[in-house]
Design a protein around this ligand. Structure first.
Ligand SMILES: [Zn+2]
Length: 212
């Protein structure tokens, strides 16, 4: 039996806290575990979506649409953690179900090793950039290693982080550059996050063990 089937089950949509809803990308596989975790962040009408799963996954897009309808919210910004397919692949599909498609901004940190993938409405993220919405102040932290463009988000209200593929909920992350990757882990360690919301796998609370 593949390893990813034995892990604690992640439901398709989870209200993790008043400021956080996790929507599973519904793209399970050996590299994505149970699928990509995407996160809707904020408490107000306008939310930020982190990552978008893979392209053409109707179940995921249906869950995004339903969640926006149930919560009466809109996605103001889409932030992608890095260029890998299972994180940026669904950007266009998500935009297509938004009533505010034209005003929703897509954000990504630039790659330094290769050409950028084509993204609709793409805006350039900067290290240290902050996003302020109701209930959430998010800070962009460049954490290369897994890829050159990888970023994590620090949620100031909780001192928690969204780790993308830098730290996974299960298994071990792969990386392009070990030196950069180790430096990025040190940056995360210094933040002393209370909780890690990973790009794949379950939420991590025992952080001292995982990051050291
Ligand atoms: Zn990745």
């Amino acid at each position: 039996m593949p390893r990813y089937l034995k892990m604690a089950m992640i439901p398709p949509v989870t209200r993790i806290s008043p400021r956080l809803i996790r929507i599973l990308g519904c793209n399970p596989g050996p590299m994505t575990l149970q699928g990509t975790n995407t996160y809707l962040i904020g408490t107000g009408q306008r939310r930020i979506l982190l990552d978008t799963g893979e392209p053409s996954v109707p179940e995921f897009i249906g869950n995004v649409k339903q969640t926006l309808r149930d919560e009466r919210i809109v996605i103001n910004d889409i932030i992608v953690s890095h260029w890998h397919h299972d994180h940026i692949g669904g950007v266009e599909d998500v935009l297509n179900v938004l009533e505010n498609k034209d005003s929703c901004k897509v954000w990504k940190y630039p790659r330094t090793d290769a050409q950028e993938p084509v993204l609709l409405n793409a805006n350039v993220l900067k290290n240290g950039q902050k996003f302020q919405i109701d209930g959430a102040t998010l800070e962009v932290i460049h954490t290369p290693g897994h890829t050159t463009d990888h970023i994590i988000l620090l949620l100031h209200e909780e001192n928690s982080i969204f780790s993308g593929d830098c730290i996974l909920g299960e298994g071990t992350s792969v990386f392009e550059d070990l030196h950069d990757y180790m430096n990025s882990l040190k940056i995360i360690q210094k933040l002393k996050p209370t909780v890690i919301y990973p790009g794949h796998g379950n939420i991590i609370q025992e952080i001292a063990q995982k990051a050291s």
